[in-house]
Design a protein around this ligand. Structure first.
Ligand SMILES: Nc1ncnc2c1ncn2[C@@H]1O[C@H](COP(=O)(O)OP(=O)(O)O)[C@@H](O)[C@H]1O
Ligand SMILES: [Mg+2]
Length: 490
């Protein structure tokens, strides 16, 4: 079924750009944010130019004609449509016209016996046999702007913070982008201050590096992310809260991010009650927004809590489309999608900024070898392991330094810093080897000078690793404190 189109683009409000990144940003259109378009006295010009651009962009997106199919079957969440299957491919957006007048956004997830299979982004109430299905965008895009900073959006890039309409930028960014080619990517940059001394010193993270944070539930993953947000020196933060409970997402935004953290971040949320497509797309949108800021030449810190929920969403989607499960119920496409997602973080090409990615992995049953942990560990440039036994004795962040690694170390450190870290690791590992004997009182002081040294430094090192949720320690202070912890003990 084919129908002519009419324009129904919505005008959006535009707020003037703050001076925070003035002079640092490279816009692909060549517009300097400091230039005449962005001056305070040019606010009216800015608004009308932006509105005009929005309308032109909306008009450009309207296809010459609209093509419709029909719903031929509904099984669980999967909608089978016919009539247009040869015009569709996997990943295309469609709109199902419900009987109650609602348009349900959906995505093509596969084909079976000559029919296209769609999954909806929301409920299917009002959808029945014969309903019209309109074919939408081939490669869904979003149009971020720097004015999205401070906003909370959902996986459809709609505002969910009650802060009014979201302005649209000039550049359309594909939601499912591909990472830059390996040969054109820059190498990781200098150190990025994350504000957590255990990470800054023992697991130093460089700009453009990707790290995983592995832990069971309730061991402190979200808390350590919130510490990074509040204390990092990155220009912009993009947070993706994928499949969290609604309460947790709200607490994270209101309490953990705080006003200051929120002001320099964009938060994308899909809670656990949302459809698997929304949860998966939340991860894609998070990276698309991060890529937008990276291409402006900024250093972006991209946080995702959690990659496991992204993998679970992909599992639900592919099982619905009929893909057979492989490992622990996870389908092969989960393991294909993980690197495609995580590789999008990293350094950009020459002239652009970087995306430093920190991704949490929920380790089910504290089994660090379960399939998702294994797959993610292999893709990333380092892992931070949080351990329940450490949290239980009240030491937060509960990082097991000896089991964690940053693959950009020791290259990013000075020889003196490396020597300090190596010495601390040596003492920690000696103490761990002997911990059982020491606790039982079976070790006799003076039998081994190295063990004596490890015992003497155990408490200062534990104190060094302990950091309150609201406390920040910058890179150089971190090394100073470590030096003090390793100083000869009386
Ligand atoms: N740095 C910290 N200082 C004190 N308590 C902490 C710290 N980090 C985490 N916690 C405690 O651990 C609990 C669980 O942390 P949370 O980040 O929600 O875990 P997860 O995201 O892994 O489920 C928090 O409620 C808090 O009591
Ligand atoms: Mg959490």
């Amino acid at each position: 079924m084919i129908e002519p189109c009419s324009y129904s683009g919505a005008a959006t409000s535009v707020t003037p750009l703050s001076g925070r990144f003035a002079g640092r940003i490279r816009l692909s259109s060549g517009v300097n944010p400091r230039g005449p378009h962005w001056g305070r006295n040019q606010e009216r010009t800015t608004m009308s130019t932006a509105l005009f651009n929005n309308i032109v962009n909306d008009l450009n997106q309207i296809p010459d004609r609209r093509v419709y199919g029909r719903v031929l079957g509904v099984q669980g969440l999967v909608v089978e449509i016919g009539g247009v299957q040869t015009s569709l491919s996997v990943g295309d957006r469609c709109w199902i016209h419900g009987r109650d007048g609602r348009r349900v956004a959906s995505e093509v997830v596969g084909f079976r016996t000559g029919r296209a299979l769609l999954l909806p982004f929301s409920g299917l109430d009002g959808v029945g046999l014969g309903c019209r299905v309109e074919i939408g965008e081939e490669r869904p895009t979003l149009r971020p702007t720097i004015q999205w900073l401070g906003r909370v959006i959902n996986a459809m890039a709609e505002p969910v913070d009650g802060g009014g309409p979201l302005p649209a930028g000039d550049v359309a960014v594909p939601i499912r982008n591909t990472p830059p080619a390996a040969h054109s990517r820059r190498r990781v940059g200098g150190k990025l201050d994350l504000g957590v001394r255990a990470v800054n010193t023992f697991l130093t993270c460089c700009r453009g590096q990707r790290m995983g944070i592995f832990a069971g539930s309730g061991v402190g993953k979200s808390s350590i992310l919130s510490m990074f947000v509040r204390n990092t020196t990155a220009d912009v933060i993009v947070c993706g809260l994928v499949g969290e409970r609604g309460r947790e997402a709200r607490e994270f935004i209101e309490d953990d991010l705080g006003e200051e953290g929120l002001a320099r971040s964009v938060t994308v949320v899909a809670t656990s009650d949302e459809s698997p497509l929304m949860r998966r797309q939340c991860a894609y949108v998070t990276l698309a927004v991060a890529e937008y800021f990276r291409d402006l030449g900024l250093d972006v810190l991209c946080l995702m809590d959690s990659v496991t929920r992204f993998a679970m969403a992909q599992r639900e989607i592919s099982l619905s489309a009929g893909e057979p499960p492989a490992s622990k119920g996870y389908t092969p496409s989960v393991f294909a999608e993980l690197p495609r997602l995580l590789e999008r973080a990293g350094p950009g090409c020459e002239g652009s900024g970087t995306i430093t990615g920190l991704f949490t992995v929920l380790v089910e049953g504290d089994d660090h070898n379960e399939p998702i942990s294994d797959a993610v560990r292999g893709i990333l440039d380092g892992h931070i392991v949080l351990e329940r036994s450490i949290a239980e004795r009240g030491r937060y962040p509960a990082i097991n330094i000896l089991r964690s690694v940053s693959r950009t170390m020791p290259g990013c450190n000075t020889p003196e810093e490396n020597a300090l870290v190596a010495e601390a690791r040596r003492l920690m590992s000696t103490y761990e080897d002997m911990a059982e004997l020491i606790r039982l009182g079976a070790y006799k002081a003076g039998s081994d000078p190295l063990v004596d040294l490890a015992i003497a430094h155990h408490q200062p090192l534990e104190t060094f690793l302990t950091q309150g949720k609201r406390e920040g320690t910058d890179l150089s202070t971190g090394y100073e404190l470590l030096r003090a912890a390793l100083a000869p003990q009386r």
